[in-house]
Design a protein around this ligand. Structure first.
Ligand SMILES: O=C([O-])C(=O)C[C@H](O)[C@@H](O)C(=O)[O-]
Ligand SMILES: [Mg+2]
Length: 418
């Protein structure tokens, strides 16, 4: 089944002022939506980053795809690699680790691989999970993804979540997420405040939700010494400690002293990082993310590799829409060695580009769609609105640092700050 045309649509959707080590989320999150228009009226959908520098790489590949057979995934990867050559896409926030030629190819390929698998599924009348080997589980568990946050964007009214900077407000945020979605585990995005303040937040969550496994992720905002201190003080409280400090060597030094596993989506972000990280026993959990690990099938390869070394697998999330959630659910369902509830930013958004109803949270889990392909439908009006928002936003990249300086004039990223 050949590709006749490819449509790439940059979109934006409203995002609250969520805090992290790099600053604060801007008023809109950007994404790129791809439609592979194929023979027989089949359309395959993919979603990834919306930064202009990323979309420029994606655009280079578009003309190469016409006439490509959507069942030829190795050929698709070759076309992406050949077209991009030695180019390296680097985002402005670094929250998903370092940049490389291989990560750039993996990221661009992933967008098209998901769309090709969706198209294959439509053509065959089978869900993507079946194309990936079949269901290892019927529903995929997600964790509540808590953020400290400002109450409002610059010049805007307060959003419905309000300001969250205290343990009490954090527990309130968690309560709302758990009540609305039924999440059975909780992740706190840290790195925004002093670690003692964030530990107080974790302790308040542990008291309010004694049956919910907890994690904290400061995105490498701490020194090795602070990472070790937090690991000791939160021993028995956390199921894992995510990216306390920068780099494989630093993580290995914290891991040596920590009783809980260390998790990462920053120091192991491509297959070449696995050998040094595992040799130094730097991580006990990898957060997979098909958007930069080379698609759904490479995510499964990552899982098998982790399993061989007795390393756990969880799943990372950036701000995303329904196409990405569907892809995450299909690959998670087809990946037996997935040992933790996955991350998702889903509760933070209020709009989407897909028709509602295909992906529902019940008890914190999303049932795997059984319709063909990803099992979702693009809503053309919603896509057009999201594209208008992209144009209106004036944003061309995610830049949490610069936006934070509008709140705190002399702000510098919190990398290894404490
Ligand atoms: O687990 C992580 O590191 C992330 O989810 C990175 C994200 O970019 C998150 O920090 C965010 O959206 O601010
Ligand atoms: Mg992380």
């Amino acid at each position: 089944m050949k590709v006749l045309d490819v449509v790439l649509t940059p979109v934006a959707f409203a995002d609250p002022p969520l805090l992290n080590a790099m600053g604060v989320h801007e008023p809109f999150a950007l994404r790129g939506v791809v439609q592979l228009i194929c023979e027989d009226g089949v359309v395959g959908l993919g979603e990834s980053y919306g930064d202009l520098a990323f979309l420029e790489q994606v655009r280079k590949v578009l003309p190469e795809l016409k006439g490509h057979d959507v069942f030829d995934l190795p050929g698709l990867r070759r076309k992406v690699a050949t077209t991009l050559g030695e180019v390296v896409f680097a985002d402005a926030h670094g929250l998903t680790g370092g940049f490389s030629v291989s990560k750039t190819v993996a990221s661009v390929y992933s967008l098209f691989e998901v769309a090709a698998l969706d198209a294959q599924g439509h053509y065959l009348g089978r869900p993507v999970v079946d194309l990936l080997g079949g269901k290892a589980r019927d529903a995929v568990d997600f964790s509540a993804y808590l953020f400290y946050k400002f109450g409002a964007h610059i010049g805007a009214e307060a959003d419905s979540w309000g300001e969250v900077t205290t343990p009490e407000a954090l527990v309130g945020e968690a309560r709302r997420m758990v009540d609305e979605y039924g999440f059975r585990s909780i992740k706190l995005k840290g790195g925004a405040f002093d670690p003692d303040q964030e530990m107080a937040g974790i302790r308040a969550l542990a008291e309010a939700f004694p049956d919910h496994p907890l994690r904290i992720d400061p995105n490498a905002a701490w020194t090795v010494e602070t990472g070790i201190r937090v690991a000791e003080e939160l021993d028995g409280v956390l199921e894992y400690l995510e990216d306390p400090t920068p780099g494989i060597e630093g993580m290995a030094r914290v891991a040596e002293k920590a009783n809980m596993p260390l998790a990462t989506n920053m120091c192991v972000v491509r297959f070449a990082d696995i050998e040094p990280a595992f040799r130094q026993r730097a991580v006990g959990v990898i957060l997979s993310d098909h958007h930069y690990w080379g698609g759904l099938r490479d995510t499964q390869a990552l899982s098998i590799t982790a399993e061989c070394f007795d390393v756990g697998l969880s799943m990372h999330s950036n701000s995303h829409l329904g196409i990405s959630l569907a892809a995450m659910v299909h690959v998670a369902a087809a990946t037996p060695h997935l040992t933790y509830a996955c991350d998702t930013h889903w509760p933070w958004k209020t709009a989407d580009v897909i028709a509602p109803g295909a992906l529902e949270f019940v008890d914190g889990a999303v049932a795997v769609p059984d319709k063909p392909g990803l099992g979702i439908e693009l809503d053309p009006d919603a896509l057009a609105r999201a594209h208008e928002d992209y144009v209106r936003s004036g944003q061309t990249k995610r830049d949490d640092v610069t936006y934070m300086r509008k709140f705190v004039g002399n702000f510098e990223p919190n990398t290894a700050r404490w």
